[in-house]
Design a protein around this ligand. Sequence first.
Ligand code: SF4
Length: 287
Amino acid sequence: MMKVLLADEYGFCFGVERAVEMVEEAVAAGETVRSLGPLIHNKQEMQRLAHEGVTAISEPVQIRRGETAVIRAHGVTPGVQQELEEKASKVVDATCPFVTRVQRLASRAAAKGRHVIVVGNPDHPEMIGVKGYAPDHAFVIRDETEVPDLPQLNKPLVVSQTTIKLKTFFDTAEAVKTKTDDEVEIVNTICSATRDRQEAARALSGMVDAFYIIGGRHSSNSVKLLAVCKEQCEKSFLIETEEEINDADLAGVKQVGVTAGASTPEWLIQRVVNHLESLGNSQALKP
Ligand code: SF4
């Protein structure tokens, strides 16, 4: 008999769950729903939504009157939002409230003529959106090594992309102090979803003989979860669906852990858990 144990925190983060629910509501109301960019970084969930008629567009210009445009959890620039509002019949703004907070902080500081340093990946959609709220005052930098390239700063505010590492944020914020004679305001806007999932996985990985992390191979938070689990549980595997489970890996396993990245839907997680439980009840896993 093999026991299946779920990590205390796993799967959809608050912002992604909220975005999917908002889309489901629009679909249920009979609207033609089109999201600007893929709503979620999970192939299986995107396929399920496509089945319900939800499609993705890459540019606001592709939206038509009569359609509902969805802004995903990463948010967009005010300019893009305005374009969608002009073109679509309705706009569902599913920007995660944690991202909205960063946008507002940047916008308010810029309105006072202050500089805004955002620590994050300048190519990430969330950062492109935030920069749009303070176009002439914000600098998006990856880490402290980019601080020397900044100009002299006026009353800088330092905020962060929601998913970066705490150490990167504080090291960069500290380095920013060398670029101003003013006081530096540091507001930590990192969301705890990624860290919470990693800590829960770490806690469980010491108690199990095998671990399955459900998530896309290109999902960075799923890949990080795999690395965390491997520290204490050598038999840790990143899978997209239950079909990738190899029974031979579970021979002699008494306890198996399960977690999932922030874009992995509950229905997919349940399928994996059910599959593992049925394997655990069968004779196939006897060593
Ligand atoms: S990771 Fe955090 S900030 Fe990003 S969508 Fe999820 S809850 Fe929001």
